[in-house]
Design a protein around this ligand. Structure first.
Ligand code: NAP
Length: 240
């Protein structure tokens, strides 16, 4: 059976780590796991190795900051030379929890780069490899903070606004790319127990574990685009 290529950003820990494991467990996937953290990716590779021999995982050191300086050529730098991408999960995220008037411009720019501009430029670079064999599903991982009408929390203004931008470009791209068999949806996640959640809501406990939400995201990435395109879907038990 030919392998399906899946790219996951932010795979060194938290939700992305568990998404990668979920695909590895299913089998018959070529997985590209992107992040800046060599140790986290190494741990992921060794945990995935024992799950299903028919999957192959390429850990890729990747920082949005350097990618955005020189996006062209990124695809050619990937090991294994992928020819077709079936799934891209824009999962990496950056949250700096600070009152609005204390956020430095570099911090605001960092959140916008990792949560919005980086994922958008990654899609641009990967487009020539999408929709070539069957369809492609881009899943942007948004947040309830960036979902219109949801409760808002102090300290999360730039983070929430950057996720709202990611949700909006999802709608735009779904129109622009559909004739190329490239479909795009955004999952606006609620609280999941990860390092990021602890930064956003210190002292609180989230009702969902990374492994649980990863199973949902994995299934959605493989099947959701058969039924919807350009949707921003709230995935939350509570808010946050
Ligand atoms: N947890 C929640 O309650 C919650 C709720 C709503 C939405 N989300 C969203 O879900 C996604 C996953 O979040 P999480 O909770 O698993 O967060 P996390 O544990 O903080 O993980 C974030 C991931 O993003 C990567 N990343 C951060 N900056 C990066 C950069 N400059 N370049 C490349 N990769 C970078 C990190 O990898 P390295 O540090 O190794 O590079 C890490 O793997 C995020 O988009 C987040 O906004 C989470």
């Amino acid at each position: 059976m030919p392998k399906t290529t899946v790219i996951i950003t932010g795979a060194s820990r938290g939700i992305g780590f568990e998404i990668a494991k979920c695909f590895a467990r299913l089998g018959h996937f070529t997985l590209y796991a992107l992040s800046r953290n060599k140790n986290g990716l190494g741990r992921l590779a060794s945990e995935c190795a024992g799950l299903n021999k028919t999957s192959k995982l390429f850990p890729v050191l990747f920082d949005f900051e350097s990618f955005l300086k020189e996006p062209a050529g990124f695809m050619k730098s990937l090991p294994g030379k992928p020819r077709n991408i079936s799934v891209l999960i824009n999962n990496a995220g950056c949250l700096i929890n600070k009152p609005f008037d204390q956020v430095k411009i570099e911090e605001a720019v960092q959140m916008l780069r990792v949560n919005f501009l980086g994922p958008a430029m990654l899609i641009k670079e990967m487009l020539p490899y999408m929709g070539r064999v069957g369809s492609t599903h881009i899943v942007n991982i948004g947040s309830m903070g960036g979902f219109q009408g949801s409760s808002k929390y102090p300290g999360l203004s730039y983070y929430s606004a950057s996720k709202a931008a990611l949700a909006n470009i999802t709608e735009c791209l779904s129109m622009e790319l559909k004739d190329r068999r490239v479909f795009c949806n955004c999952l606006a996640l609620g609280a999941v127990q990860t390092e990021m959640f602890m930064k956003a809501f210190p002292g609180y406990k989230a009702p969902v574990k990374p492994k649980e939400i990863a199973g949902f995201i994995c299934d959605f990435a493989l099947n959701g685009h058969k039924f919807m395109n350009g949707k921003i879907i709230p995935v939350a038990l509570s808010n946050p």
